[in-house]
Write a protein that binds this ligand. Structure first.
Ligand code: PMP
Length: 449
Protein backbone atom coordinates (compact mmCIF):
# COMPACT_ATOMS: atom_id res chain seq x y z
CA UNK A 1 0.00 0.00 0.00
CA UNK A 2 1.17 3.51 -0.79
CA UNK A 3 0.21 6.73 1.00
CA UNK A 4 -1.89 7.90 -1.93
CA UNK A 5 -3.92 4.66 -2.03
CA UNK A 6 -4.92 4.96 1.60
CA UNK A 7 -5.71 8.67 1.28
CA UNK A 8 -7.97 8.03 -1.72
CA UNK A 9 -9.84 5.23 0.02
CA UNK A 10 -10.08 7.26 3.25
CA UNK A 11 -11.60 10.30 1.56
CA UNK A 12 -14.10 8.02 -0.14
CA UNK A 13 -15.55 6.72 3.10
CA UNK A 14 -14.31 8.40 6.30
CA UNK A 15 -15.56 11.51 8.12
CA UNK A 16 -12.74 12.70 10.39
CA UNK A 17 -13.11 14.18 13.88
CA UNK A 18 -12.83 17.92 14.42
CA UNK A 19 -12.26 18.49 10.71
CA UNK A 20 -13.78 20.55 7.91
CA UNK A 21 -13.48 17.74 5.36
CA UNK A 22 -13.26 20.25 2.47
CA UNK A 23 -9.83 21.28 3.81
CA UNK A 24 -8.57 17.96 2.53
CA UNK A 25 -8.99 19.15 -1.03
CA UNK A 26 -5.70 21.00 -0.44
CA UNK A 27 -4.42 19.81 2.94
CA UNK A 28 -3.07 16.26 2.61
CA UNK A 29 -4.12 13.64 5.10
CA UNK A 30 -1.22 11.89 6.79
CA UNK A 31 -1.61 8.11 6.62
CA UNK A 32 0.22 6.29 9.40
CA UNK A 33 1.40 2.73 9.13
CA UNK A 34 3.14 2.27 12.44
CA UNK A 35 4.59 4.01 15.46
CA UNK A 36 7.58 3.51 17.71
CA UNK A 37 8.47 5.71 20.68
CA UNK A 38 7.79 9.34 19.79
CA UNK A 39 7.83 8.58 16.06
CA UNK A 40 5.00 7.84 13.65
CA UNK A 41 5.78 6.44 10.21
CA UNK A 42 3.79 6.53 6.96
CA UNK A 43 3.60 3.86 4.24
CA UNK A 44 6.64 5.19 2.45
CA UNK A 45 8.94 5.36 5.47
CA UNK A 46 8.48 9.06 6.19
CA UNK A 47 8.57 9.78 9.93
CA UNK A 48 6.80 12.34 12.13
CA UNK A 49 7.71 13.24 15.69
CA UNK A 50 4.43 13.07 17.65
CA UNK A 51 4.78 16.32 19.65
CA UNK A 52 1.10 16.30 20.67
CA UNK A 53 1.08 12.74 22.03
CA UNK A 54 -1.71 11.85 19.57
CA UNK A 55 -4.27 14.21 21.17
CA UNK A 56 -2.54 14.20 24.58
CA UNK A 57 -3.03 10.51 25.27
CA UNK A 58 0.36 8.94 24.78
CA UNK A 59 2.76 8.93 27.75
CA UNK A 60 5.49 6.37 27.15
CA UNK A 61 5.68 6.17 23.40
CA UNK A 62 3.97 4.24 20.63
CA UNK A 63 4.46 0.46 20.73
CA UNK A 64 5.87 0.65 24.24
CA UNK A 65 7.30 -2.84 24.95
CA UNK A 66 5.90 -3.10 28.50
CA UNK A 67 2.41 -1.98 27.60
CA UNK A 68 2.39 -4.11 24.43
CA UNK A 69 3.34 -7.19 26.45
CA UNK A 70 0.63 -6.54 29.06
CA UNK A 71 -2.11 -6.10 26.45
CA UNK A 72 -0.96 -9.22 24.54
CA UNK A 73 -1.00 -11.31 27.70
CA UNK A 74 -4.46 -10.06 28.61
CA UNK A 75 -5.75 -10.80 25.12
CA UNK A 76 -5.22 -14.51 25.66
CA UNK A 77 -7.06 -14.41 29.00
CA UNK A 78 -10.13 -12.21 28.59
CA UNK A 79 -10.83 -9.49 26.04
CA UNK A 80 -14.04 -8.17 27.59
CA UNK A 81 -16.84 -9.00 29.97
CA UNK A 82 -19.91 -7.14 31.21
CA UNK A 83 -19.02 -5.25 34.42
CA UNK A 84 -22.54 -5.20 35.89
CA UNK A 85 -22.90 -8.24 38.12
CA UNK A 86 -19.50 -9.54 36.96
CA UNK A 87 -15.95 -8.59 37.81
CA UNK A 88 -12.41 -9.26 36.64
CA UNK A 89 -8.91 -8.86 38.05
CA UNK A 90 -7.63 -5.97 35.86
CA UNK A 91 -10.63 -3.77 36.82
CA UNK A 92 -10.20 -4.49 40.53
CA UNK A 93 -6.44 -4.12 40.59
CA UNK A 94 -6.58 -0.89 38.61
CA UNK A 95 -9.24 0.58 40.91
CA UNK A 96 -7.09 -0.31 43.93
CA UNK A 97 -4.03 1.30 42.42
CA UNK A 98 -5.85 4.44 41.29
CA UNK A 99 -7.35 4.92 44.75
CA UNK A 100 -3.89 4.51 46.23
CA UNK A 101 -2.28 6.99 43.81
CA UNK A 102 -5.02 9.64 43.87
CA UNK A 103 -5.33 12.44 46.44
CA UNK A 104 -6.35 11.09 49.87
CA UNK A 105 -10.07 10.59 50.41
CA UNK A 106 -10.96 9.30 46.95
CA UNK A 107 -11.89 5.72 47.71
CA UNK A 108 -14.29 4.63 44.94
CA UNK A 109 -13.70 4.11 41.24
CA UNK A 110 -16.46 4.18 38.60
CA UNK A 111 -15.34 3.30 35.07
CA UNK A 112 -16.45 4.74 31.75
CA UNK A 113 -14.83 4.51 28.34
CA UNK A 114 -13.76 8.00 27.25
CA UNK A 115 -13.18 11.45 28.67
CA UNK A 116 -16.53 13.00 27.79
CA UNK A 117 -18.42 10.12 29.35
CA UNK A 118 -16.34 10.49 32.53
CA UNK A 119 -17.49 14.09 32.71
CA UNK A 120 -21.10 13.01 32.16
CA UNK A 121 -20.71 10.51 35.00
CA UNK A 122 -19.35 13.13 37.40
CA UNK A 123 -22.11 15.64 36.54
CA UNK A 124 -24.87 13.08 36.92
CA UNK A 125 -23.41 11.63 40.10
CA UNK A 126 -23.07 15.04 41.69
CA UNK A 127 -26.66 16.05 40.91
CA UNK A 128 -27.94 12.63 41.92
CA UNK A 129 -26.04 12.77 45.24
CA UNK A 130 -27.84 15.98 46.22
CA UNK A 131 -31.15 14.55 45.02
CA UNK A 132 -30.68 11.43 47.15
CA UNK A 133 -30.13 13.74 50.10
CA UNK A 134 -33.42 15.50 49.40
CA UNK A 135 -31.75 18.53 47.82
CA UNK A 136 -32.82 18.08 44.20
CA UNK A 137 -32.84 21.86 43.76
CA UNK A 138 -29.04 21.70 43.50
CA UNK A 139 -28.99 21.00 39.77
CA UNK A 140 -26.76 23.64 38.20
CA UNK A 141 -23.07 23.54 37.38
CA UNK A 142 -20.51 26.30 37.63
CA UNK A 143 -17.73 26.36 35.06
CA UNK A 144 -14.85 28.65 34.09
CA UNK A 145 -14.79 30.73 30.94
CA UNK A 146 -12.66 29.13 28.20
CA UNK A 147 -12.97 25.69 29.77
CA UNK A 148 -13.31 22.42 27.84
CA UNK A 149 -14.74 19.17 29.12
CA UNK A 150 -15.65 17.17 26.01
CA UNK A 151 -18.12 17.06 23.16
CA UNK A 152 -21.16 15.12 24.36
CA UNK A 153 -24.08 17.40 25.21
CA UNK A 154 -23.58 17.48 28.99
CA UNK A 155 -19.83 17.94 28.73
CA UNK A 156 -20.26 20.57 26.02
CA UNK A 157 -22.76 22.43 28.22
CA UNK A 158 -20.18 22.87 30.99
CA UNK A 159 -17.46 23.87 28.51
CA UNK A 160 -16.97 27.34 27.11
CA UNK A 161 -14.97 27.16 23.87
CA UNK A 162 -17.26 28.97 21.41
CA UNK A 163 -15.87 27.18 18.35
CA UNK A 164 -17.21 23.87 19.62
CA UNK A 165 -20.19 25.06 21.64
CA UNK A 166 -21.95 27.92 19.88
CA UNK A 167 -23.71 25.86 17.18
CA UNK A 168 -25.24 23.47 19.68
CA UNK A 169 -26.25 26.02 22.34
CA UNK A 170 -29.99 25.53 21.77
CA UNK A 171 -29.53 21.88 22.77
CA UNK A 172 -27.56 22.48 25.95
CA UNK A 173 -28.43 22.88 29.62
CA UNK A 174 -27.40 26.25 30.97
CA UNK A 175 -24.25 26.49 33.06
CA UNK A 176 -23.09 29.36 35.23
CA UNK A 177 -19.84 30.65 33.74
CA UNK A 178 -17.30 32.45 35.91
CA UNK A 179 -14.26 34.33 34.50
CA UNK A 180 -11.21 32.07 34.28
CA UNK A 181 -8.08 32.66 36.39
CA UNK A 182 -6.12 32.29 33.08
CA UNK A 183 -2.83 34.12 33.63
CA UNK A 184 -2.44 35.20 30.00
CA UNK A 185 -5.11 37.77 30.90
CA UNK A 186 -3.14 39.27 33.79
CA UNK A 187 -2.03 42.88 33.78
CA UNK A 188 1.68 43.65 33.27
CA UNK A 189 3.68 43.34 36.49
CA UNK A 190 1.12 41.07 38.18
CA UNK A 191 2.39 37.57 38.95
CA UNK A 192 0.46 34.32 38.38
CA UNK A 193 -0.40 33.83 42.01
CA UNK A 194 -1.71 37.35 42.56
CA UNK A 195 -3.78 37.19 39.36
CA UNK A 196 -5.30 33.79 40.07
CA UNK A 197 -6.05 34.80 43.64
CA UNK A 198 -7.70 38.04 42.53
CA UNK A 199 -9.83 36.21 39.93
CA UNK A 200 -11.20 33.99 42.66
CA UNK A 201 -13.41 36.87 43.83
CA UNK A 202 -15.74 36.11 40.87
CA UNK A 203 -16.08 32.47 41.94
CA UNK A 204 -16.66 33.42 45.56
CA UNK A 205 -19.42 35.87 44.58
CA UNK A 206 -21.08 33.29 42.32
CA UNK A 207 -21.04 30.58 44.96
CA UNK A 208 -22.35 32.97 47.60
CA UNK A 209 -25.26 33.86 45.33
CA UNK A 210 -26.10 30.47 43.81
CA UNK A 211 -24.94 27.77 46.26
CA UNK A 212 -28.50 26.59 46.93
CA UNK A 213 -29.01 25.70 43.28
CA UNK A 214 -25.48 24.53 42.44
CA UNK A 215 -24.46 20.88 42.52
CA UNK A 216 -20.81 21.27 41.54
CA UNK A 217 -18.05 23.44 40.17
CA UNK A 218 -16.10 21.76 37.37
CA UNK A 219 -12.55 22.82 36.48
CA UNK A 220 -9.52 21.69 34.50
CA UNK A 221 -6.86 21.93 37.21
CA UNK A 222 -3.94 24.27 36.31
CA UNK A 223 -4.19 24.14 32.50
CA UNK A 224 -7.20 24.82 30.26
CA UNK A 225 -5.88 22.69 27.46
CA UNK A 226 -8.33 22.83 24.54
CA UNK A 227 -8.93 26.50 25.37
CA UNK A 228 -5.38 27.24 24.19
CA UNK A 229 -3.19 25.82 26.96
CA UNK A 230 -4.16 28.69 29.27
CA UNK A 231 -2.59 28.27 32.70
CA UNK A 232 -3.22 29.41 36.26
CA UNK A 233 -1.73 29.18 39.72
CA UNK A 234 -2.56 26.33 42.15
CA UNK A 235 -3.73 28.87 44.74
CA UNK A 236 -6.99 29.07 42.77
CA UNK A 237 -7.68 25.39 43.44
CA UNK A 238 -6.94 25.76 47.15
CA UNK A 239 -9.34 28.69 47.42
CA UNK A 240 -11.92 26.79 45.37
CA UNK A 241 -11.75 23.69 47.56
CA UNK A 242 -12.24 25.78 50.68
CA UNK A 243 -15.15 27.72 49.16
CA UNK A 244 -16.88 24.57 47.84
CA UNK A 245 -16.74 23.10 51.35
CA UNK A 246 -18.09 26.29 52.90
CA UNK A 247 -20.95 26.52 50.38
CA UNK A 248 -21.79 22.82 50.29
CA UNK A 249 -20.94 22.42 46.60
CA UNK A 250 -18.98 19.58 44.96
CA UNK A 251 -15.66 20.11 43.23
CA UNK A 252 -15.17 18.14 40.00
CA UNK A 253 -11.54 18.02 38.83
CA UNK A 254 -11.34 17.14 35.14
CA UNK A 255 -7.77 15.79 34.95
CA UNK A 256 -8.49 13.98 31.68
CA UNK A 257 -5.77 15.98 29.90
CA UNK A 258 -3.57 17.09 32.81
CA UNK A 259 -3.46 13.90 34.87
CA UNK A 260 -0.64 11.34 34.90
CA UNK A 261 2.31 13.66 35.20
CA UNK A 262 1.56 16.28 32.55
CA UNK A 263 1.78 19.21 34.97
CA UNK A 264 4.81 17.96 36.89
CA UNK A 265 2.99 15.99 39.58
CA UNK A 266 1.07 12.75 39.05
CA UNK A 267 -2.19 14.70 39.43
CA UNK A 268 -2.43 18.48 39.07
CA UNK A 269 -4.58 18.76 42.24
CA UNK A 270 -1.56 17.68 44.28
CA UNK A 271 0.08 21.05 43.62
CA UNK A 272 -2.72 22.72 45.57
CA UNK A 273 -2.92 19.96 48.16
CA UNK A 274 -6.62 19.44 47.44
CA UNK A 275 -8.89 16.44 47.05
CA UNK A 276 -11.81 16.99 44.68
CA UNK A 277 -15.15 15.24 45.24
CA UNK A 278 -14.84 13.77 41.74
CA UNK A 279 -11.61 13.18 39.82
CA UNK A 280 -12.13 12.46 36.10
CA UNK A 281 -9.35 10.52 34.38
CA UNK A 282 -8.90 9.24 30.82
CA UNK A 283 -6.40 9.85 27.96
CA UNK A 284 -3.03 9.01 29.62
CA UNK A 285 -4.74 6.52 31.93
CA UNK A 286 -3.96 3.71 29.46
CA UNK A 287 -0.70 5.26 28.30
CA UNK A 288 -2.63 6.28 25.18
CA UNK A 289 -3.43 2.74 24.12
CA UNK A 290 -7.14 2.14 24.56
CA UNK A 291 -10.24 4.12 25.47
CA UNK A 292 -10.91 4.01 29.19
CA UNK A 293 -11.99 6.50 31.82
CA UNK A 294 -12.32 6.46 35.58
CA UNK A 295 -14.22 8.74 37.92
CA UNK A 296 -12.88 8.56 41.45
CA UNK A 297 -15.06 9.78 44.28
CA UNK A 298 -15.41 9.77 48.04
CA UNK A 299 -17.06 7.36 50.42
CA UNK A 300 -19.56 10.11 51.34
CA UNK A 301 -20.79 10.19 47.73
CA UNK A 302 -20.83 6.39 47.47
CA UNK A 303 -22.85 6.02 50.66
CA UNK A 304 -25.53 8.43 49.43
CA UNK A 305 -26.40 5.90 46.68
CA UNK A 306 -26.12 2.75 48.82
CA UNK A 307 -29.62 1.63 49.83
CA UNK A 308 -32.40 -0.89 49.15
CA UNK A 309 -33.11 -1.23 45.42
CA UNK A 310 -36.75 -0.19 45.80
CA UNK A 311 -35.68 3.23 47.01
CA UNK A 312 -34.30 3.88 43.51
CA UNK A 313 -31.20 5.71 44.68
CA UNK A 314 -28.74 3.62 42.62
CA UNK A 315 -26.56 5.14 39.92
CA UNK A 316 -28.07 3.36 36.92
CA UNK A 317 -25.53 4.60 34.40
CA UNK A 318 -23.49 2.37 32.12
CA UNK A 319 -21.32 2.19 29.02
CA UNK A 320 -20.87 -1.12 27.22
CA UNK A 321 -17.08 -1.07 27.41
CA UNK A 322 -16.95 0.04 31.05
CA UNK A 323 -13.74 -1.28 32.63
CA UNK A 324 -12.61 -3.15 29.51
CA UNK A 325 -9.95 -5.68 30.61
CA UNK A 326 -7.49 -4.91 27.79
CA UNK A 327 -7.67 -1.21 28.58
CA UNK A 328 -7.30 -1.85 32.32
CA UNK A 329 -4.20 -3.96 31.67
CA UNK A 330 -2.71 -1.19 29.54
CA UNK A 331 -3.43 1.18 32.44
CA UNK A 332 -1.81 -1.14 34.96
CA UNK A 333 1.32 -1.40 32.80
CA UNK A 334 1.35 2.40 32.59
CA UNK A 335 1.18 2.69 36.39
CA UNK A 336 3.98 0.09 36.63
CA UNK A 337 6.21 2.40 34.59
CA UNK A 338 5.44 5.28 36.97
CA UNK A 339 6.27 2.95 39.89
CA UNK A 340 9.52 1.55 38.48
CA UNK A 341 11.06 4.54 36.73
CA UNK A 342 11.84 8.09 37.91
CA UNK A 343 9.33 9.51 35.43
CA UNK A 344 8.50 12.78 37.20
CA UNK A 345 12.16 13.59 37.93
CA UNK A 346 13.12 12.87 34.31
CA UNK A 347 10.23 15.02 33.10
CA UNK A 348 11.57 17.98 35.07
CA UNK A 349 14.74 17.82 32.96
CA UNK A 350 12.78 17.38 29.74
CA UNK A 351 10.52 20.30 30.68
CA UNK A 352 13.56 22.53 31.21
CA UNK A 353 14.93 21.41 27.83
CA UNK A 354 11.57 22.24 26.21
CA UNK A 355 11.80 25.80 27.48
CA UNK A 356 15.44 26.15 26.42
CA UNK A 357 14.44 25.05 22.90
CA UNK A 358 12.09 28.02 22.49
CA UNK A 359 13.85 30.59 24.66
CA UNK A 360 15.03 32.50 21.54
CA UNK A 361 11.35 33.30 20.88
CA UNK A 362 11.00 35.26 24.13
CA UNK A 363 11.62 38.58 22.39
CA UNK A 364 9.92 37.77 19.09
CA UNK A 365 7.52 40.60 18.17
CA UNK A 366 4.72 38.11 17.41
CA UNK A 367 5.13 36.00 20.53
CA UNK A 368 2.90 37.36 23.28
CA UNK A 369 4.03 34.85 25.84
CA UNK A 370 5.76 31.52 26.32
CA UNK A 371 4.14 29.70 29.23
CA UNK A 372 4.76 26.33 30.74
CA UNK A 373 3.37 23.99 33.35
CA UNK A 374 5.43 20.80 33.54
CA UNK A 375 5.38 18.91 30.25
CA UNK A 376 2.99 21.39 28.61
CA UNK A 377 4.61 24.35 26.88
CA UNK A 378 2.67 26.93 24.88
CA UNK A 379 3.63 29.85 22.67
CA UNK A 380 0.89 32.48 22.19
CA UNK A 381 1.18 34.11 18.76
CA UNK A 382 -0.10 37.70 18.53
CA UNK A 383 -0.33 40.35 15.83
CA UNK A 384 1.06 42.86 18.31
CA UNK A 385 2.58 42.30 21.72
CA UNK A 386 1.40 45.64 23.08
CA UNK A 387 -2.21 45.14 24.10
CA UNK A 388 -1.97 41.43 23.23
CA UNK A 389 -3.67 42.03 19.87
CA UNK A 390 -4.53 38.59 18.44
CA UNK A 391 -4.27 37.50 14.84
CA UNK A 392 -7.66 37.16 13.16
CA UNK A 393 -8.66 33.49 13.53
CA UNK A 394 -9.70 33.38 9.85
CA UNK A 395 -6.04 33.81 8.85
CA UNK A 396 -5.34 30.35 10.30
CA UNK A 397 -1.76 31.20 11.25
CA UNK A 398 -1.43 28.11 13.42
CA UNK A 399 -2.25 25.93 10.42
CA UNK A 400 0.82 27.34 8.66
CA UNK A 401 2.94 26.15 11.58
CA UNK A 402 1.27 22.72 11.28
CA UNK A 403 2.04 22.51 7.56
CA UNK A 404 5.64 23.61 7.98
CA UNK A 405 6.20 21.18 10.83
CA UNK A 406 4.84 18.28 8.75
CA UNK A 407 7.25 19.15 5.95
CA UNK A 408 10.05 18.83 8.56
CA UNK A 409 8.78 15.54 10.00
CA UNK A 410 7.13 16.91 13.14
CA UNK A 411 3.50 16.70 14.22
CA UNK A 412 2.65 20.04 15.85
CA UNK A 413 -1.04 20.85 15.90
CA UNK A 414 -1.56 24.41 17.14
CA UNK A 415 -4.82 25.40 18.82
CA UNK A 416 -5.74 28.51 16.84
CA UNK A 417 -2.82 30.88 17.40
CA UNK A 418 -1.27 28.85 20.20
CA UNK A 419 1.64 26.60 19.26
CA UNK A 420 2.30 24.01 21.92
CA UNK A 421 4.42 21.00 22.81
CA UNK A 422 2.89 18.14 24.79
CA UNK A 423 5.13 15.22 23.83
CA UNK A 424 5.34 11.67 25.15
CA UNK A 425 7.65 11.40 28.16
CA UNK A 426 10.10 9.23 26.21
CA UNK A 427 11.22 12.14 24.04
CA UNK A 428 14.98 12.75 24.04
CA UNK A 429 16.78 16.07 24.40
CA UNK A 430 17.96 16.10 20.74
CA UNK A 431 14.34 15.46 19.70
CA UNK A 432 13.24 18.39 21.87
CA UNK A 433 15.87 20.55 20.18
CA UNK A 434 14.38 19.53 16.81
CA UNK A 435 10.91 20.51 18.05
CA UNK A 436 12.21 23.92 19.08
CA UNK A 437 13.94 24.48 15.74
CA UNK A 438 10.87 23.47 13.72
CA UNK A 439 8.54 25.58 15.87
CA UNK A 440 10.80 28.60 15.45
CA UNK A 441 10.92 28.16 11.66
CA UNK A 442 7.18 27.54 11.47
CA UNK A 443 6.39 30.63 13.50
CA UNK A 444 8.70 32.76 11.34
CA UNK A 445 6.74 31.61 8.25
CA UNK A 446 3.32 31.86 9.87
CA UNK A 447 3.58 35.45 11.09
CA UNK A 448 4.70 36.85 7.72
CA UNK A 449 1.95 38.92 6.12
N1 PMP B 1 -11.86 16.96 29.36
C1 PMP B 1 -10.69 17.51 28.96
C2 PMP B 1 -9.98 18.43 29.89
C3 PMP B 1 -10.17 17.20 27.71
O1 PMP B 1 -9.03 17.78 27.31
C4 PMP B 1 -10.86 16.28 26.88
C5 PMP B 1 -10.33 15.85 25.52
N2 PMP B 1 -9.53 16.73 24.84
C6 PMP B 1 -12.05 15.73 27.34
C7 PMP B 1 -12.52 16.09 28.58
C8 PMP B 1 -12.86 14.78 26.50
O2 PMP B 1 -12.25 13.56 26.38
P1 PMP B 1 -12.64 12.59 25.16
O3 PMP B 1 -12.11 13.25 23.92
O4 PMP B 1 -11.98 11.29 25.47
O5 PMP B 1 -14.12 12.48 25.14
Amino acid sequence: MRNTDLIRRDLGVLWHPCTQMKDHEWLPLVPIRRGKGVWLEDFEGRRYLDAVSSWWVNLFGHANPRINAAVREQLDELEHVILAGFSHAPAVELAERLVEAAPAGLSRCFYADNGSSAVEVALKMSYHYWRNLGRGGKRKFVTLSNSYHGETLGALAVGDVALYKETYKPLLMEAITVPSPDCWQREPGVDWEAHSRAMFAHMEATLAEHADEVAAVIVEPLVQCAGGMRMYHPVYLSLLREACDRHDVHLIADEIAVGFGRTGTLFACEQAGVTPDFLCLSKGLTGGYLPLAAVLTTDAVYQAFYDDYQRLTAFLHSHSYTGNPLACRAALATLDIFRDEPVLARNRELAAAMYDAVRPLEDHPNVGEIRQTGMILAIELVRERAGKVPFDWRERRGLKVYQHALSRGVLLRPLGNVVYFMPPYVISEPEIALLGEVAREGIALAVRD
